[in-house]
Design a protein around this ligand. Structure first.
Ligand code: MG
Length: 276
């Protein structure tokens, strides 16, 4: 099932994407609300054509920072270490947070912040949405806490990311979290999921990976994080990016105004954004 957040007749709604239409879910103030309460038993016999709505990111304003994994593909770890000596994989998972005031939807423009950075980069990632509050969850039970999956482009200002001791600022500029186009529920994938993920910039294939290559899988991450931290329903965990980001090229291929970035994940869809 595909779940989207959208604007229809000036009102923000949550709904089930059904072919070229969307069935609005009554009584849900937001996607986070729907995740907490579940779908109602009865849905209305209303179907709005997708062309009559404006899609927002599925969780447009996450109530907490996105949790991200760094260096979670071996090939990306290698290219990152060549770009900057601080970008190395340690013997444990690399976690950082990404502050998101407003996630950019499919079709939205990403502000390149030319006053702040000249090294804007893309990172196509599959993000996991936690479905119910998770505390001290063991690996073998982790599957039951996954609500679904979406695509996140972990846009990064590389010189900002590397000159400060932590990634937070360089990953959190406004607009640096394109997310969507919707959430696909976990029952549509095996567990652990093996999702092909690609990124194209102006039509050129830059990244081509598969979530089966994650160094740390969803069950590792949920067990490790929830051992000492409540992961609330609705939490977004972005699982890291494969090789092929702009900083990995010689010379680097950073994004510039007008570039079109398409992140694609099998079974989820495509997330297209222009750099503004
Ligand atoms: Mg990333």
């Amino acid at each position: 099932m595909k779940l989207a957040t959208f604007i229809h007749e000036g009102k923000e709604r949550v709904g089930i994407v059904d072919g070229d239409g969307v069935i609005p879910v009554p009584g849900c103030a937001s996607m986070e609300d729907l995740i907490r309460t579940g779908l109602p038993a009865e849905l209305p016999h209303v179907r709005i054509p997708l062309e009559d709505v404006r899609l927002l990111a599925p969780i447009p304003r996450p109530s907490q920072d996105v949790i991200c994994l760094g260096m979670n593909f071996a090939d990306h770890t290698h290219e990152a270490a060549k770009f900057h000596p601080t970008l190395v994989r340690e013997s444990h998972a690399v976690y950082f947070s990404k502050h998101v005031n407003e996630a950019v939807p499919d079709g939205g423009v990403v502000d390149s912040h030319p006053d702040v950075t000249s090294q804007v980069d893309y990172e196509a990632e599959v993000a996991v949405i936690i479905g119910r509050d998770a505390l001290r969850v063991k690996k073998e039970n982790a599957r039951g806490y996954v609500f679904g999956y979406t695509i996140l482009n972990d846009i990064s200002a590389r010189e900002v990311q590397t000159r400060h001791k932590q990634f937070f600022l360089g990953k959190s500029l406004d607009g640096f979290a394109p997310l969507g186009p919707w959430i696909v529920t976990a029952d549509e994938f095996p567990f652990p999921p093996a999702i092909g993920i690609r990124c194209r910039v102006n039509g050129e294939l830059r990244q081509d990976g598969n979530t089966s290559s994650w160094i740390y899988g969803i069950e590792d991450v949920i067990e490790e994080l929830s051992a000492g931290m409540l992961l609330k329903a609705g939490t977004i965990i972005s699982m890291g990016t494969p090789a092929g980001v702009g900083m990995g090229f010689q010379p680097p291929k950073f994004l510039k105004k007008g570039d079109v970035v398409i992140c694609e994940a099998d079974g989820i869809g495509t997330l297209t954004n222009r750099i503004g």
